[in-house]
Structure formats: C-alpha cells, structure tokens
Design a protein around this ligand. Structure first.
Ligand code: NDP
Ligand code: GDR
Length: 371
C-alpha cells in the first residue's frame, strides 16, 4: 500500500528535495507550511496539485511548530506512516537575535511532534525523522566527528537542537517509538537560502561577474565546513527510516574546506582567479586574472572584503564528519563532490541573474536597494 509522509519545513531547501524524492518513490506527501504575507512556496510550486483533482498525492496544510493543537489536528487527519521534522529557524547567526523563538520552534517544536504522536496512540505506526545537525558538535572535542563524539553547542540554535536530539532519543527509549536523529553536516544546493554562506557566495560571484554587484562582504572566512549536496542528504533521511531498528546517524562527506577556499572555487568556476591578502578583519580578495571573455573583471579589483558584522559571538571553527556508520549500515554514499556542488550552484545563479539583468535593463524590474 502507498505510504503517507508528513514533512514539516516543506517550503525549505531540504523539504523541497525530500518531497520530490518521496513522490518519485510513490508516497502520498503532506507538508506543513506557515502562513506568510507573501507566497513562500517557490521551491515546491512545481509539485503543487490542484486539491480538486482526483488522486491528489501532494497536499499542503497550514501550521506551525509553535502550535501544538494544530500539529495534533494535522497528524490526526493525515495518519502518516513517516514524519520528517525538518521545520526550524535554521540560521545560526539569527538565533543569537531570536534565541527564545528558536528554542520554541526548534527545541519544543520537536517535543510537540513526538507528544502529538504519543497522545494520538500512533507510537507503533509512525516513524519519525528528526533533523539534527553537526552544529551540536560546536567547539571541537574530536575530529572527525562521529555518532559518539561529545556535543558542545555554540549557539542558541545548536542548544535548541540539542534538546530536540535528546528528546527524540528519550521518546525512542521511553515509548519504544521508531524515532531517529540524522546528524547532518552542512548541505547546500541552488535552493539553499540566500543568507547561508555558500549561496551568499555563489549569488555574489554571479552578480559581480555580471557587473550587478561591487564586492562580497564576508564574516569569518577561516571557518571550515564539511559541505555536501542536499539532494544526496535527503536520500539519507529516507534510508534512516527504512531500517529494522531506529538509530542515529552522521551524514557527511568526510572532507572539510575553508570558506575562503569556497570563495576561490566559486570565482574560478567563471574563469576568475582571485588572491587573498591581509589578515583577519583587514583581509581582502583581489582579482588576479579573468580568462572568461563574457566577464570583464580587471586585475587588481577588490571583490571580497571582511565585515565583522557577520562574525558570530561564539563560532564553530571546524566541522568534519565521519560517515562510516551510514556508509556501512545504510549503504549511503554521496554522489556529488564539492567541485560538482560549486559548479551547479554558481551556474544556477549566473542563469538567475542574467534573467534579472535583462529585466532590469528592459525597465521591468527595479534594482533592489536592500541587496
Ligand atoms: P530552511 O531554512 O531552508 O527551511 C526551514 C523550513 O522550516 C522552512 O520551510 C520554514 O518555513 C520552516 N519553519 C521555520 N520555522 C517554522 C515554524 N515555527 N513552524 C513550521 N515551520 C517552520 O532549512 P533547510 O531545509 O536547510 O534545513 C532543514 C532542517 O535541517 C532544519 O531543521 C535545519 O535546522 C536542519 N539542518 C540543516 C542543515 C543544512 O545544512 N541545510 C544541516 C543540518 C541540519 P518558511 O519557508 O515559512 O520560512
Ligand atoms: P552554518 O552555515 O552556520 O554552518 O549552519 P552558514 O552557511 O550560515 O555558515 C557557515 C560558516 O561560514 C561562516 N561565514 C558566514 N556565514 C554566513 N551565513 N554569512 C557570511 O557572510 C559568512 N562569512 C563567513 C560562518 O561564520 C560559519 O562559520 C548551517 C545551517 O544550515 C544550520 O541550520 C545547520 O544545522 C548547519 O549548517 C549544519
């Protein structure tokens, strides 16, 4: 029989890829989206089905992780076989500005889902995936980081996710629920939110090459991350819920790269060679040469500068995951490497901004003064 999945955070990067994957596997997919004053379904519009059609396999419900009555109602109505709890205030820097809300949505929100399943008597029917994160490791205790590495969260986001991690483990142990944590390291794509570092860079590089932006203002470019592609990572989420026993897994590539190197690779993708000079807050990136005739950037042009406003009060300097357990037990291996990821993201943003430039030049779009 067709399985039913419920996804919180369906309008986000991972929600969109996961919905696509589950539909391709024949699932009936339900998603929870928040009400907003502007449309926020751009990433999943291609999956939308008119609810008046017959055999609808993709349905959206209004809801919020801060509202337990609404979660109970939706779970009761949908009767899912699998719940993927991806909804969260997911920006680490923003969590320092909204710590209480982050704790509510990311921490207690997870409890609300688990408790709704318990109260509805669905503990033996529903499998639950919790979107845990490499941010739990925070201040380096061990490298590479694996399932047994001690946690040391370094932001209100990570502390909220720590609660979510343990409450998931607790409900598994206390009530015998199939509830698992995927401890996912950073994963990116052309659908990545615009203010996360990789997308900020690929957007900036595309706009600089097209003459639509002067330079990129960055925070701590010494930080190192283990970056994979979101498409590979949603596959792992699904695999985690298809096992005989519920367990927690690290999902990572096992390769770490400095933010500075990601910037260099992104420019190089367009034939632009840059070199960094200076130290800490005074460091800058300059164009050395540009071999691509489509983009005429002069040698010596300053294209990257540091703005300490993007520094975090407490930083996570180094993340590198050990995916041995998921490789072995789940048979999971990423298909993308960093180069392939950078290639896809940069070219998607070049295409996007070429269109935007055309519209601007034709007078159809006003330049966004806030970008
Ligand atoms: P996004 O920020 O792209 O998406 C977050 C989703 O959560 C959006 O759909 C958002 O809705 C929704 N959301 C936010 N607050 C609430 C709320 N109060 N109630 C209901 N929904 C809410 O994140 P990603 O797709 O990148 O990540 C998915 C999950 O995985 C998150 O939990 C994140 O913390 C976690 N994670 C992500 C990693 C990554 O590298 N991407 C790595 C490890 C963990 P809206 O569109 O309305 O804002
Ligand atoms: P992260 O991702 O905090 O790892 O959380 P992000 O892309 O925001 O930062 C990665 C690293 O880059 C440094 N950095 C900058 N970051 C941003 N956003 N903007 C900048 O200008 C900038 N300059 C340098 C950061 O300081 C950091 O070290 C992501 C989120 O998806 C979480 O939800 C998820 O849990 C973790 O990944 C795993």
């Amino acid at each position: 029989m067709e399985k039913i999945a419920l996804i919180t955070g369906i309008t986000g990067q991972d929600g969109a890829y996961l919905a696509e994957l589950l539909l391709s596997k024949g699932y009936e997919v339900h998603g929870i989206k928040r009400r907003s004053s502007l449309f926020n379904t751009e990433r999943i519009d291609h999956l939308y089905q008119d609810p008046h059609e017959k055999n609808v396999r993709f349905t959206l419900h209004y809801g919020d992780l801060t509202d337990s009555t609404n979660l109970i109602r939706i779970i009761q109505e949908v009767q899912p076989d699998e719940i993927y709890n991806l909804g969260a205030m997911s920006h680490v820097k923003v969590s320092f500005d909204t710590p209480e809300y982050t704790a509510n949505a990311d921490g207690i929100g997870t409890l609300r889902i688990l408790e709704a399943v318990r109260l509805l008597g669905l503990t033996k029917k529903v499998k639950i995936y919790q979107a845990s994160t490499s941010e739990l490791y925070g201040l380096v205790q061990e490298v590479p980081q694996k399932e047994t590495t001690p946690f040391y969260p370094r932001s209100p986001y990570a502390v909220a996710k720590l609660y979510a991690y343990w409450i998931t483990v607790n409900y598994r142990e206390a009530y015998g629920m199939y509830a698992c944590n995927g401890i996912l390291f950073n994963h990116e794509s052309p659908l990545r939110g615009e203010t996360f570092v990789t997308r900020k860079i690929t957007r900036g590089v595309a706009k600089i090459a097209l003459g639509m932006q002067d330079k990129l203002f960055m925070g701590n470019i010494d930080a190192k991350r283990d970056w994979g592609h979101a498409k590979d990572y949603v596959e792992a989420m699904w695999l985690i819920l298809q096992q005989d026993k519920p367990e927690d897994y690290v999902i990572a590539t096992g390769v770490t790269t400095e933010v500075r190197e990601f910037i260099r690779l992104a420019f190089a993708e367009l034939g632009i060679v840059i070199e960094f000079k200076g130290k800490d807050a005074d460091e800058k990136g300059y164009v050395v040469s540009c071999s691509n005739l489509a983009y005429q950037l002069e040698a010596g042009k300053e294209v990257v500068a540091i703005d300490p406003r993007y520094y975090r009060p407490t930083e996570v300097e180094l993340l590198i995951g050990d995916p041995s357990k998921s490789n072995k037990q789940l048979g999971w291996k990423p298909k993308y490497d960093l180069k392939g990821l950078v290639h896809e993201m940069v070219h998607a943003d070049v295409d996007l901004f070429k269109k935007e430039k055309l519209l601007q030049e034709a007078g159809f779009k006003v330049k966004n003064q806030f970008e």
